[in-house]
Design a protein around this ligand. Structure first.
Ligand code: SAM
Length: 325
């Protein structure tokens, strides 16, 4: 097949009707585990609501929206915590999953940078995008021997790559602003499409808090050889954009439109998560409570673990006034 820009091949591979990976191959949980699954997901949901309460002492959000919701794993944890006190909306690229908690409203999206029209004018909203931006396809560029940035083209059938024309326009502007020091032989995953997708999501909110949680990097430690990888059935595979695997690349978190940026470890510790094991005396007096506390402590520890989930980044954007000064 003719090579095409990575951004195009990537979008087709993940989201094309009837053949995209996320449209046809089961939910993300069929291929990899994320922090939204199981007990870590319950703890994460609680932490997100705690983050909301820091700024909004008047009560819970009117609505919690999970963009890139998988099959509603995090949304289910949120609904369990909030009950009827708030609406919960989950957005992803498939029809409503069978058996999804009836308290959750399901909205179908086209995928990648495209958000559904139904998401607009959100007020009193806590909007979460957990590992969404890393699957928003972006331009991939390479620096040639002469130091020129050129777009990387890919054969969708094989994953073979070629350097195409020189990078230009908004992509080049983005690299100049956020990734200016790439050297010959290095790769640049241009964050512009993620910035635009995130800004679009922010624009759908009239008041509330948005949180993007993702693998990422900052200007001081941009990856030099790219982070593009594939996942299929729990295994890391070469990123061939043929629809047979997930294709993902880390996010330049510091170019997103945000008021705050912190590692998951720091942010969750600040919200009170410690991962400390319960007092062993509890095992004697109330073994079940001890086991529950132990399970929760392990989940907290997992979420803040250096070298693991603790290294995720949280970008937080506030829209409208807080009710706590
Ligand atoms: C890496 S998975 C993460 C799923 C879930 N948030 C989690 O952390 O387990 C990314 C999800 O984002 C979804 N997605 C991609 N683009 C989207 C869009 N524009 N709107 C809604 N969901 C989208 C994909 O279909 C996929 O389910």
């Amino acid at each position: 097949m003719d090579p095409v820009p990575w951004r195009e091949a990537w979008h087709t591979a993940l989201y094309a009707a009837g053949r995209g990976f996320y449209v046809t191959r089961g939910g993300p949980a069929a291929h990899f585990t994320t922090a939204t699954h199981g007990v870590t997901g319950a703890v994460l949901a609680e932490a997100l609501l705690r983050l909301w309460s820091r700024r909004h002492r008047g009560g819970p959000p009117a609505v919690v929206v999970d963009v890139g919701a998988g099959r509603g794993e995090l949304a289910t944890h949120v609904a369990d915590l909030l009950g009827a006190r708030a609406g919960v909306v989950a957005v992803d690229v498939v029809d409503r999953p069978e058996g999804l908690d009836p308290r959750i409203e399901w909205v179908r999206a086209a995928g990648g940078a495209l958000l559904p029209d139904a998401l607009e004018g959100l007020s009193g909203a806590l909007v979460v995008a957990h590992e969404w931006l890393d699957v928003v396809p972006c331009t991939v560029a390479g620096v040639d021997d002469r130091g020129q940035l050129r777009e990387v083209l890919v054969d969708p059938a094989t994953g073979d790559e070629h350097l195409g024309g020189g990078l230009s326009g908004e992509d080049l502007d983005w690299v100049t602003a956020h990734w200016p020091d790439a050297r010959p032989g290095e790769r640049v995953e241009v964050g512009r499409a993620r910035d635009a997708a995130w800004a679009e999501l922010v624009g759908r909110v009239e008041s509330g808090v948005l949180v993007a949680v993702d693998y990422g990097h900052l200007a001081a430690d941009r990856p030099r050889s790219g982070t593009l990888v594939g996942y299929r059935s729990g295994t890391l595979v070469p990123p061939v954009p043929d629809g047979s695997c997930d294709v993902t690349a880390h996010v330049a978190m510091d170019s997103l439109w945000a008021d705050g940026l912190a590692s998951q470890r720091d942010l969750l510790r600040d919200l009170g998560l410690r991962g400390e094991r319960p007092d062993h005396a509890l095992a004697q007096s109330d073994p079940l409570a001890y086991l529950r506390a132990l399970e929760r402590a392990s989940a907290e520890a997992e979420l803040i673990r250096p070298g693991g989930l603790g290294d995720f980044w949280w970008a937080v954007k506030h829209v409208g006034a807080a009710d706590v000064p």
